[in-house]
Write a protein that binds this ligand. Sequence first.
Ligand code: ASP
Length: 359
Amino acid sequence: MSDHIKRRDFLKTTAAIGATVVAGNATVASEQLIAQAKKGFKPVVIASSNGLSATAKAMELIQSGSDALDAVIAGVNIVEDDPADHSVGLGGLPNEQGVVELDASVMHGPTGRGGAVASLRNIKNPSKVAKLVMERTDHVLLVGEGALQFARAHGFREVDLLTDEAREIWMKWKEHLSPQDDWLPPHDIESKDIGESWKEFFRTTGTINCNAVDLRGNVSGCTTTSGLSFKIPGRVGDSPILGAGLYVDNAVGAAGSTGRGEANLLSCSSVMIVEYMRQGKSPEEACLMACQRISEQTRMKRLLDDRGRPNFNVSFYAINRMGEYGSAAIWSGAKFTVNTGEQESSRLDCAYLYKKENN
Ligand code: ASP
């Protein structure tokens, strides 16, 4: 929590609605706290399991009056800049040719706008470029070379995103390459023993999705990723696709995802979760319903276990506009992070559809 809006100040302020607001740089935030108390919502930030620092940063900014989108982008920038996180930004694992390609999306609830980039090379903060697509173009999604030229035009510096550590992981993968890669032979719905290369055993996945309600009660979200490691160049997952990897409706809430993007692209779960919340479901219930939908929609035998359940995972993270939050994954063992402004960011278990035998 920021220095000038401690919890006790919040309680004091909300107890004295209508009283003179605190002086100095806390004034704006305090006015917002009063407005928030009148409307009954609470600020919140939720993120994927790698979001401890991101949620803490976003909440700190929200408590000093920041817009939710600015807050979540500043939060995920920490992860994008971290070379030790191999799922996002700098140090993200590359595609099959050893080139890092990043995807990101943003949505701004109060203005109903969104922006995204996909297959963006050499720029470590695709979330910032996604926001510029939203603010400075008439488009929603820019990809590949066009996205890079757009970023350059806005003064982004190009950097080599492939750290030595990530390159060595890629090299190991390449040296142990099996015939079971992304290039599938002709197959049908009954085929089982092909195309298993995306399984956790072979591939590292990861992403950060971060969603927030700010002190004005506005909702925004961001998803940013280096996507599936060792993907076919040009492969785009769910993260930059509004409705799939992220969706925000200021009147309802926000949802985002991590995990097997191909499954989520086929169900557009984030918009589905927001629609379930609109119908009155809690964030957790809505996330579980999206997991169920993916499970029902997955019919290819190569993607199912012996009991007909998906043999991959997808996780969802949702908040509603009142600041309630929830998360669910297809399989047990997944985590999410949250910060409600009342204590430090914490990492919690996601609800799940199926229990893994080992956890
Ligand atoms: N959903 C991301 C994608 O498919 C990857 C991940 O979250 O692991 O690109």
